[in-house]
Design a protein around this ligand. Structure first.
Ligand code: RRO
Length: 326
């Protein structure tokens, strides 16, 4: 926290232009919820107005309602959390009918995350969302680690990644920005990123959780019902920063939504310096539902202390080798 007076979620008086963009979508601040960690935002709205943060990225939604994986679905680890939810959700029709109008009422900026079992399912979801008003962008989650078959993690294969994004792009038309969410569990994330951008993605979300496992020492069996799960939290932040840095270096004009263990304004600043145009906060909100507004205020103060007049000037700053900004 910097020396300036901070309100938990108010207007910190600062001259920094905090806004960010993903293609034609504009956001007043660069701090968003992370998909899956706040559902459609109802619980967080008890703690702060959703319009005060950059955007709500909703839990990845599928075409049909889905119960998700067997329990237990969570495991704590020393510096992170393992989840095995398995895409539980009400299905796109109920989501469009109930969640979107509620979020619009809150004046939240909405990024809808979609997930499918087939390339066609992604296109179906895009078709259903095409005419829904109030949505700023679509996050195409091709990297859920908790699917029955690892062959369904589209983001682990350049060709299927491209095909999913191509299908969504053709269906949705040119208006709504598409952000492709990638998995860190690949050898060369840059080649996957290039592929989805060639197929029509306007932005890249980096990173989804890292595939992990916990063995229960009492039962001497895997703890999670689904055996494996996605690791999130501080443990994965350096992996996220590395992925963001690599992708920004390779495709600097494509905006990145950074995520993975962001728990403070400093963490958010680090991702922006690596190349993120915005950051999502997930696991930190479970421990502290006010994490996002606090992180927002801390980030603003840091940017101001470093002399940035606009947040955008800090994006990818770590790539500059010509000067050191004290
Ligand atoms: O629902 C999940 O289990 C899940 C998803 Br869709 C995802 O993208 N990442 C994750 O860690 N869990």
């Amino acid at each position: 926290m910097g020396p300036r007076r901070q309100e938990p979620h108010g207007d910190t008086v600062t001259s920094v232009d905090f806004s960010t963009t993903f293609s034609n979508a504009w956001f007043p601040t660069p701090v968003f919820t992370a998909s899956g960690c706040a559902s459609s935002g109802k619980e967080l709205a008890q703690f702060f107005p959703l319009k005060d943060i950059g955007a709500v990225v909703t839990k990845s939604i599928m075409n049909k309602a889905r119960l998700g994986r067997a329990t237990p679905r969570m495991a704590e680890t020393p510096s992170g959390m393992l989840n095995s939810i398995g895409l539980q959700g009400p299905g796109i029709d109920t989501f469009i009918e109930k969640d979107i109008p509620w979020l619009v009422e809150q004046k939240a900026r909405i990024i809808v995350s979609i997930a499918g079992e087939t390339i066609e399912e992604y296109s179906t979801l895009a078709r259903k969302l095409r005419s829904v008003s109030g949505i700023s962008a679509i996050e195409v989650n091709i990297s859920c680690p908790n699917v029955e078959n690892r062959g369904l993690v589209f983001a682990c294969d350049p060709e299927t990644s491209r095909k999913v994004i191509d299908g969504v792009r053709r269906t949705i038309g040119g208006e709504l920005p598409i952000i492709a969410k990638l998995s860190p569990d690949v050898t060369d994330i840059v080649s996957i990123a290039r592929g989805v951008v060639d197929a029509g993605a306007d932005g890249i979300a980096l990173i989804n959780t890292v595939l992990g496992m916990v063995i229960n020492l009492s039962t001497m069996r895997p703890h999670l019902g689904g055996k494996t799960g996605g690791l999130s939290g501080p443990a994965i932040r350096p992996i996220a920063v590395r992925a963001i840095y690599q992708v920004h270096a390779a495709i600097p004009n494509i905006p990145i939504l950074g995520m993975g263990g962001v728990a403070s304004g400093r963490d958010a600043f680090e991702m922006i310096l690596a190349g993120a145009s915005a950051v999502s906060v997930g696991t930190a909100s479970f421990g502290n539902p006010m994490a996002i507004p606090y992180i927002q205020d801390e980030l603003k103060t840091l940017l101001e202390e470093k002399g940035f007049k606009q947040m955008k000037d800090a994006i990818g700053y770590a790539h500059r080798i010509d000067e050191v900004h004290e």
